[in-house]
Design a binder for this molecule. Structure first.
Ligand SMILES: [Ca+2]
Ligand SMILES: [Ca+2]
Ligand SMILES: [Zn+2]
Length: 852
């Protein structure tokens, strides 16, 4: 039998309802447009055999709205009779019409509002495959007037209701995709009538797998959201390749890989994101195209003026004189990582970053051996995660005053945010005053580094010096407590470290100092400050392993396992309590992932109050990975479950979510272009810098200057509606939204969890540092509006396997091996290409030409 006949026979035998095209007629996948749709664009999509979606993008007014509540635009009332649906030339009856509306694009720097208006047409009878559908509108809604739109029910069309991990799955991972869709005031798409799905090889058209669609309803939600979601589990498919998952009548997923490199993709991309946060050093080719010179290398000032006169101190000024500055003048505080989308450096998060990465180096199986993440320091024989942690801890070890206390943060001297510059053109900086929470966190992190067996082995001198600095910091804390009394030492500057006031940071510091020194004095302190069974050590009474209590519990639970102390130096009760808490935390996240239709560990208490925001699935993945390292008797059974939940959290972030958005920049097919990041708000590119985690759940849009309350007001059904609100996991819009802004501790946790998976894969020993690439076809000079055909060339790597993104001056970003660049304005032209392989290796190429 020929190959094509085999496919047809397989389909005929197993899939009578799946009239898939023969292999040779498999259409090539057309990469999607990157970025938001244009104003005025009209698209008809076939969501299911009986549901059509007509999407019309309507521009907002160019004027910034006045202050105060924005008047919600009228909700159109459609009648089925206003729509004519023709199927292969025959009129099909429309039973019901639904509607939803949401801003699809709202950038920060220039007002450019694009509002998606989605009309749903529920048909009386089901479409068959390969039918031509045309919709016309004859009603009076102005933005829909005289619309005529076409679509074909190609079984392999991109199906918006089919959600997969767009990056891919490792052969031995559980592999799931989801089917579901929100139809506005028609509520949720019913579960598909089909009982089966298939997986098709993109290159050959071969049907390589078929399986049953099974219900995966959302549980424990007060709203009837995601009740009809079904899951497609294709775990048995292990053959590496590029595939699409097809659900009869609903279309196909984006292409994805099954590849041993998947964990490497996540780990290398998160590592690149942390490289992009690196301060005091340049970001340079060939490691990234998002370059800048060394930043913030000037000495930071200890403010000589009263703090009250400085801008941005308004929350701290009332408290700044409790621990006055001792050292005057300025000092070297270069290094570390920019905290988040801004370029400041918060001591609390610096300490958290060190904890997370060093914990993974010391405890996550195989992670310490990874030396191939694609960073400048890869391939030098030293653990890459250890080196990232060292970069941060060298910075932190400098950030103390002469009295041993640590400054709260490094911050611009004259304003809150350096929001109009790249970091190498950043501001003069100052340090904020000291507080006990920042000091205790720094003490803990440096003591942890000083006692980390892997760190000490590689950096014995630094370890000694850190321990000295940590002890002095502790002495400051003890003196402060003697003077002011326990529970009265803490002053709030901002919300960083404010949870549990300074009690959790004190407990963490005592814990790490005990593990670093074995000194009974610290152990006594620890015992009075840490009770892992006390619900008051949990955020909101339920979120386990929060903040510095979490760090202390984690470190103590693994103190002997990581080789810090002998087991007989540990209090068995306390040890058991810490281990139990680590496992209970992972159980919470595993249950939450199971209770979510889309497999992310959306915490149930948050779900019950319809909450969201600052949700980073990598945090939960980290907690799950931590528990999976325990060799507790009960753990043998639980390890696969926890690992499965790690993967389902990554799947969600990689696009297996209701809106198909990839919540890690630089990956996937549907990529946000507008993120909360000063670099990306000020560089020349359309695409944000790669490797940045984005919050995967948001309650709604942020209020900001050019839109004020308009983004929320444009939404229908409203996010906050009492009945039938807009479902929480559907609330994404490509907008500057503070609720999606990460901090580097989120990056570190996600990297650690991904690195653990990578360390179990064949990729763990694959050498990789970086590789230069070249753009061919670059002309000497540019002629306006004439195409320039460009091609990316990379020696020794097969670009057919890569996802390549191009962009250039005045040209939007596009996917493709080649690039047709068009100079739009006189002067120097630039083009850039970024290629990423299924194992996360990435190369960048940049060219400039034309007049200067
Ligand atoms: Ca290295
Ligand atoms: Ca605290
Ligand atoms: Zn910097």
């Amino acid at each position: 039998m020929t190959f094509a006949l085999r496919v047809v026979a397989a389909l005929a035998a197993c899939l009578a309802t799946l009239p898939l095209a023969r292999a040779e007629t498999l259409p090539a996948f057309e990469p999607p447009r990157i970025g938001p749709p244009a104003n005025g664009s009209v698209a008809l999509q076939i969501i299911s055999p009986t549901v059509l979606e007509l999407a019309i993008i309507v521009g907002g007014s160019p004027k910034v709205p006045p202050d105060g509540p924005f008047p919600a635009p009228e909700v159109p009332r459609f009648k089925p009779a206003e729509f004519t649906v023709s199927v292969d030339g025959t009129t099909a009856a429309v039973r019901e019409v639904g509607f939803r509306r949401r801003a699809v694009y709202a950038p920060l720097k220039q007002r450019d509002l694009r509002v998606g208006n989605y009309v749903y047409l529920q048909l009386e009878s089901a479409l068959r495959d390969h039918q031509k559908v045309e919709v016309t509108y004859a009603g009076g809604v102005p933005w829909l007037a005289k619309v005529r739109a076409n679509a074909t029910s190609d079984p392999l069309r991109l199906g918006p209701a089919v959600h997969c991990n767009q990056i891919g799955y490792a052969p031995d991972w559980p592999k799931t995709a989801a089917v579901g869709y929100y139809l506005g005031d028609l509520h949720e798409l019913p579960a598909p009538a089909a009982k089966e799905f298939i997986v098709v090889n993109v290159r050959t058209g071969e049907v390589v797998h078929r399986g049953a669609l099974t219900p995966r309803p959302e549980r424990n939600s007060p709203q009837p959201w995601y009740r009809h979601v079904v899951e497609a589990d294709f775990s048995p498919l292990r053959t590496p390749g590029e595939y699409r998952l097809v659900v009869p009548g609903h279309g196909a997923s984006y292409p994805f890989f099954i590849d041993e490199g998947m964990a490497g993709t996540f780990a290398r991309t998160y590592a690149l994101g942390l490289y992009h946060q690196r301060c005091g050093a340049a970001n340079a080719l060939p490691f990234t195209r998002f370059t800048h010179d060394a930043c913030h290398t000037a000495p930071v000032e200890v403010p000589a003026r009263p703090v009250k006169t400085l801008k941005g101190f308004d929350e701290a000024d009332a408290n700044a004189d409790l621990f006055p500055y001792v050292r005057k003048g300025s000092f070297d505080a270069a290094g570390g990582h920019h905290d988040a989308g801004d370029y400041s450096k918060y001591t609390i998060n610096s300490a958290g970053l060190i904890h997370n990465l060093l914990f993974a180096v010391d405890n996550f199986q195989g992670v310490a051996e990874l030396d191939n993440l694609g960073l400048p320091e890869s391939g030098d024989g030293v653990s890459d995660l250890l080196q990232i942690a060292k970069w941060e801890s060298d910075f932190l070890a400098k950030l103390h005053d002469d009295d041993g206390a640590f400054y709260f943060l490094v911050y611009p001297r004259d304003r809150r945010y350096e929001d109009d510059v790249l970091p190498d053109h950043g501001d003069p900086q100052i340090v904020w005053p000291k507080n006990t929470a920042a000091t205790a966190a720094a003490v803990a992190a440096l003591a942890q580094a000083a006692s980390s067996p892997k760190f000490r082995e590689r950096y014995p001198e630094a370890a000694k010096q850190y321990l000295q600095v940590a002890r002095r910091g502790w002495d400051f804390l003890v003196a402060a407590e003697q003077k002011l009394g326990r529970g009265h030492t803490y002053k709030k500057f901002t919300h960083y470290g404010d949870l549990f006031q300074d009690a959790d940071e004190f407990a963490w510091a005592a814990c790490e100092l005990y593990l670093a020194t074995g000194d009974a004095r610290y152990e006594r302190e620890l015992r009075t400050r840490l009770n892992p069974r006390d619900p008051n050590t949990r955020r909101w009474g339920w979120r386990r392993l929060s903040e510095a209590y979490g760090n202390a519990i984690r470190s103590y639970a693994f103190a002997a396992r990581s080789g810090r102390v002998e087991k007989n130096k540990l209090d068995p009760q306390l040890l058991r309590g810490c281990e139990d808490e680590v496992i209970a935390c992972a159980e919470d996240w595993w249950k939450a992932a199971r209770a979510c239709a889309y497999g992310t560990s959306y915490p149930e208490p948050t779900k019950r109050v319809l909450g969201g925001g600052w949700y980073f699935a990598g945090d939960q993945a980290f907690d799950l990975a931590v528990a999976a390292q325990l060799d507790y008797p009960a753990m043998a059974d639980r390890r696969p479950a926890f690992r499965e939940a790690v993967v389902s959290n990554f799947n969600y972030d990689a696009g297996c979510n209701p809106v198909n958005v990839c919540y890690i920049t630089g990956l996937g097919w549907k990529r946000p272009v507008e993120i909360v990041h000063q670099y990306s708000q000020n560089d020349r590119r359309m695409m944000p810098l790669s490797g940045i985690p984005l919050g995967g759940i948001q309650e709604g849009f942020s209020w900001f200057g050019l839109y004020k309350s308009e983004l929320g007001a444009q939404t229908y059904p409203q996010d906050g509606a009492k009945t039938g609100p807009y479902p929480i996991l559907d609330r994404w819009g490509d907008s500057f939204n503070l609720q999606t802004e990460f901090v580097v501790t989120n990056s570190a946790r996600a990297l650690a969890a991904a690195a653990w998976l990578m360390a179990q894969s064949p990729l763990r020993t694959q050498p990789w540092k970086s590789q230069s690439a070249e753009i061919s076809g670059v002309p000497a000079s540019a002629r306006l509006n004439e195409h320039v055909a460009l091609r990316l060339n990379v020696a020794g790597l097969d670009l057919n396997e890569a996802r390549v993104v191009w962009e250039g001056r005045d040209n939007p970003a596009v996917f493709g091996r080649d690039f047709a660049f068009t100079p739009r304005h006189a002067g120097e032209q630039w083009v850039e290409a970024e290629a990423q392989w299924p194992d996360g290796r990435r190369v960048f190429a940049v060219a400039t030409f034309g007049a200067k």
